[in-house]
Design a protein around this ligand. Structure first.
Ligand SMILES: Cc1cc2nc3c(=O)[nH]c(=O)nc-3n(C[C@H](O)[C@H](O)[C@H](O)COP(=O)(O)OP(=O)(O)OC[C@H]3O[C@@H](n4cnc5c(N)ncnc54)[C@H](O)[C@@H]3O)c2cc1C
Length: 351
């Protein structure tokens, strides 16, 4: 048996799929959404094109650099040249860290989803297929989707989504005695923070600034990140317009989660206008709110401990929950875990 199922077609799952496919495995991905990319997400609305999840990608280890700039390169790949500056709880703005600003900040003219879309080419991906639970049998792994027939058996299984969601799936699943409890316990310590992202479109274009974005360094402001999205490429906005993305701090996001979008936009736009002292920013002409329940990991899980338990059963996990909330790290962990899974010994039952 050489078949493997990957749950989730974010950057870690897509990276893993290529490693396994290169190693001769028959790979099938199952993705709950209408498109690939997960938290690398771009929306196009009313002429505004924006990354409402990850903002840009930093160069990481040689493996991810060579995939982004080589194997999966597109002519669309660009570096955001302007720096990121910082601000504090009092709203004081200063130049950012020179060393960090010297690093490239990669994005794509038409949106960050260009990378996962490019990586998805040539892969067998079942979109709009949310896997509800899995069953471990002597023949291999069966997947039970929310709708439709069970899929399987697969000799290996790789789960790639945020670890609290992976844990919930395993709690609903049927695994050999002891294994399920042990995995659920291991994943229990992993936590993610929520994030409200508020997109604000303006006409005319907001004032030009010496920076592309501002980041709050003392965690004492309700806004944690504010980016001038139109600085990425002019085609991101209609002519003469501009778009700002305000990502709200975890505490603010938790407390304000249930509020109406219109109220969040009004309050967010006021805060933005006050922070950068530009009155016109209080009245956007376009807005959109995105809620990320599992935006970024706070407490990571221990990949080595978990996989000592699961690899003998042909089961593995990958993604940012083990390595920190960055696209390049998720991608690199996908590559690493796929390499281990590809060459893990066949579970005794399946021999
Ligand atoms: C608002 C925000 C801003 C960020 N900014 C940056 C940034 O500027 N730079 C940076 O490097 N990183 C950033 N990140 C982090 C980065 O996006 C993530 O670390 C990375 O994309 C995680 O990839 P992943 O493959 O581990 O998980 P995901 O991208 O979450 O992929 C998991 C996939 O699994 C799917 N899935 C979930 N449940 C099921 C199921 N039951 N069945 C089938 N499929 C399922 C999901 O739909 C998803 O596509 C940001 C994240 C957020 C939310």
């Amino acid at each position: 048996m050489t078949s493997i199922a990957i749950l989730g077609a974010g950057c870690s799952g897509l990276a893993a799929a290529h490693v396994l496919q290169d190693a001769g495995w028959q790979v099938t991905l199952f993705e709950k959404s209408r498109d690939v990319g997960g938290r690398v997400a771009t929306l196009s609305r009313e002429g505004f094109i924006y990354d409402h999840g990850a903002q840009y990608i930093k160069p990481g280890a040689p493996a991810s650099i060579s995939w982004i700039t080589g194997r999966f390169r597109t002519p669309d790949l660009i570096d955001i040249e302007k720096p990121v500056w910082v601000f504090n709880g009092q709203g004081e703005i200063q130049e950012g860290d020179a060393a960090q600003n010297a690093e490239e900040k990669w994005t794509y003219r038409s949106g960050l989803t260009t990378l996962p879309k490019q990586m998805a080419r040539g892969l067998d991906i079942h979109l709009e297929t949310r896997i509800d639970h899995v069953r471990q049998t002597p023949q291999g792994w069966w997947l039970v989707p929310e709708h439709g027939a069970a899929q399987g058996p697969f000799s290996r299984l790789l789960i790639t989504f945020p670890l609290p969601q992976a844990r919930e799936l395993l709690q609903r699943s049927q695994l050999e005695p002891g294994l399920q409890e042990a995995i659920v316990a291991q994943l229990g310590g992993a936590t993610y923070r929520p994030l409200l992202s508020i997109m604000l479109g303006y006409r005319p274009t907001p004032q030009r600034r010496p920076y592309y974005a501002l980041v709050n360094i003392d965690k004492a402001h309700p806004i944690s990140w504010l980016a001038w999205e139109h600085e990425k490429a002019p085609e991101r906005v209609p002519s003469g317009a501009g778009l700002l993305i305000a990502q709200m701090a975890p505490d603010y996001s938790r407390v304000q989660w249930e509020r109406e979008d219109s109220e969040l936009v009004r309050e967010g736009a006021d805060m933005v206008a006050q922070l950068v002292q530009e009155e016109e920013l209080a009245t956007p002409i376009f807005s959109n709110v995105q809620r990320w329940r599992y935006a970024l990991p706070d407490q990571k899980a221990d990949s080595e401990q978990l996989h000592t338990l699961t690899l003998p059963s042909g089961l593995a996990f990958c993604g940012d929950g083990f390595v920190g909330g960055r696209v390049h790290r998720a991608l690199e962990h996908g590559i690493q875990m796929a390499s281990l899974l590809a060459y893990a010994p066949t579970p005794p039952d399946q021999q």
